[in-house]
Design a protein around this ligand. Structure first.
Ligand code: GLP
Length: 258
């Protein structure tokens, strides 16, 4: 894992935006994976600003979302389908037809999960942006998720329901189930880039980077990925035992490449 520790959440966004820009620039057709949640919002804002400044175009980019709540109307502002359009794709030159996500209102959830798995696999995701839940989930792969899982239906952990209640008018409105890319789907991406900011993510970040690889912390599976980058601010990095080493290693890496 390449662990990049920054001074501030703004710097996390700048570095993540740089990586996304490098991925989409001058490459022909490209598929990127995007995440919802509050953490990547600053990265999206940074990319929108670069688009408005004429520095970047996403005309060649297709987007694949990680997950979607089950039972929520796609037009609902809290659906991830709406969220990514509102926060990002509608503000840049990505056509709606290029934004893909699982349909949480499909009559057969199993068939929809299988369809989406096939779609994502056929696309071949290059960079996959990820956040992390306070319980160590990625996408909506909660503790106990199978490492080899494809896109599937999940029951949300009570901690996730509590964490996500802030987006809804009451906790009772938070859906209890979702369709998510599985850990195997996420691992198939060429370059997973996980972002975490703030002290509340520090225990999950430490478990993911330095803990044992265990289904109890689903993000820890990324330790097996040969090309995974973790970008965290100093608060989210505060429980990492080897943070001085990660900082020094990154400095050395940059000196080598500059
Ligand atoms: C949600 C999403 C995840 C996201 C996580 C963290 O439940 N399914 O993809 O990474 O929670 O969200 P936040 O960035 O708001 O802390």
């Amino acid at each position: 894992m390449r662990v990049i520790i920054t001074e501030s959440p703004a710097e996390v966004a700048t570095i993540a935006a740089d990586m996304i820009a490098d991925t989409v620039r001058g490459k022909g057709e490209v598929s990127i994976g995007l995440a919802t949640g509050s953490t990547p919002i600053a990265t999206y804002k940074e990319l929108i600003a670069r688009y408005q400044a004429g520095e970047i175009s996403f005309a060649n980019t297709s987007v694949y979302m990680l997950d979607e709540y089950i039972g929520i109307d796609r037009a609902d502002e809290n659906s991830y389908y709406r969220t990514i359009r509102r926060e990002f794709s509608e503000q840049v030159d990505i056509d709606d037809s290029r934004v893909h996500s699982p349909n949480g209102q499909a009559s057969s959830v199993a068939a929809e999960a299988a369809r989406y798995e096939e779609t994502v696999r056929a696309a071949g995701v290059s960079l996959q942006l990820l956040g992390i839940g306070s319980d160590g989930h990625i996408g909506f792969n909660e503790p106990g998720s199978a490492f080899d899982s494809p896109t599937h239906r999940v029951i949300l952990h009570p901690q996730t329901v509590r964490d996500n209640a802030r987006f809804f008018s009451s906790i009772d409105e938070v859906p209890r189930e979702a369709i998510t890319q599985g850990l195997a789907t996420i691992r198939a991406a060429e370059h997973p880039v996980l972002l975490a900011t703030g002290e509340s993510k520090a225990p999950a970040v430490a478990a993911m980077v330095e803990g044992p690889v265990t289904a109890h912390c689903p993000a820890s599976i990324l330790q097996f990925h040969p090309n995974c980058t973790v970008i965290v601010d100093s608060a989210a990095a505060s429980q990492l035992l080897d943070r001085e080493f990660y900082i020094a290693a990154e400095k050395q890496r940059r000196a080598r490449t500059s």
